[in-house]
Ligand binder design. Structure first.
Ligand SMILES: C[S@@+](CC[C@H](N)C(=O)[O-])C[C@H]1O[C@@H](n2cnc3c(N)ncnc32)[C@H](O)[C@@H]1O
Length: 250
């Protein structure tokens, strides 16, 4: 019943560092692929082909925020010259360190869940995060975007997968949440347009909010998408998520 509790930094740390069992190291999360009617491997590759690969070259420095057990890390590390990993969970960073010990272009950092002090200004070409900002609330996202603006090189890009609840309904959360399970279901229907068995522990965030937070940090929104591929065959519809591409001005 963790999805009845909103995802703060402390609760994310508790969930991913201590409670979660990581049975497939992230590859157990097949529900979004199933929702698209696609085999999991195909869905995963489509994300690399569409969002990761075109943004990396042999001289690129990439940053992955919140890699967990490294579900996307291999794709990034193979394409980039250097890859920086930052996660608030010491056990996740420890796991990645062991998993990718054969690669010498990755650096590993446990952070405070909102800042990237170990990265120099204007040193990163591409930032990637999937299935992690979906669990971050507005203040945390604002803090990361301010850091993105600092660490990205002019023209550098960030692609972030985040919650995309219906913006006008966000304020209802405070009234419906105290009602417990029923209130959560009603809020899910209003803010996501559908009711699943749970809300994927999505934060109370909309695509409009993300656009505004990026703008506040001087980041330019290039795209906000909820589907990709030939005939839009892949989508983020299960929890009404969004994938935002933003760029630092040249
Ligand atoms: C659901 S897992 C996703 C992991 C990975 N991105 C994937 O797709 O398999 C969420 C990850 O986000 C990390 N995380 C959550 N909130 C964070 C924050 N504020 N800063 C850094 N990492 C965070 C957790 O420790 C965990 O590794």
């Amino acid at each position: 019943m963790i999805w009845l509790i909103m995802p703060s930094i402390e609760r994310n740390l508790e969930a991913w560092d201590r409670s979660y069992h990581w049975s497939g190291h992230g590859d157990e999360w097949t529900d979004q692929a199933r929702f698209c009617g696609k085999p999991y491997g195909e869905w995963k590759d489509s994300i690399a082909v569409h969002f990761i690969n075109p943004n990396l070259g042999p001289a690129s420095t990439a940053l992955e925020v919140a890699p967990g057990h490294g579900r996307w890390t291999g794709y990034l590390a193979k394409k980039a010259e250097k890859l920086v990993l930052a996660d608030l969970s010491p056990s996740c960073i420890g796991f990645c360190r062991r998993r990718f010990s054969g690669m010498d272009n990755i650096s590993y950092h446990v952070n405070d869940g909102r800042s990237l002090p170990f990265i120099k200004e204007a040193s990163v070409d591409f930032i990637w995060s999937f299935d992690s900002f979906v669990h971050m609330e507005k203040d945390v996202i604002a803090s990361y975007f301010s850091e993105f603006s600092r660490v990205l090189r002019p023209g550098g890009k960030a692609i972030i997968h985040h919650a995309g609840r219906n913006h006008p309904t966000l304020g209802l959360h405070a009234f419906l949440k105290p009602l417990g399970f029923i209130g959560e279901r009603v809020y899910q229907l209003l803010s996501m347009g559908r009711v699943n068995t749970h809300d994927g522990w999505r934060s109370n965030v909309s695509r409009e909010m993300v656009r505004e937070l990026a703008g506040d940090c001087g980041l330019i929104i290039e795209a906000q998408v909820d589907s990709w591929g030939k005939d839009k065959e892949y989508n983020t519809g299960l929890f009404k998520d969004c994938i935002t591409t933003m760029r630092k001005q040249r």
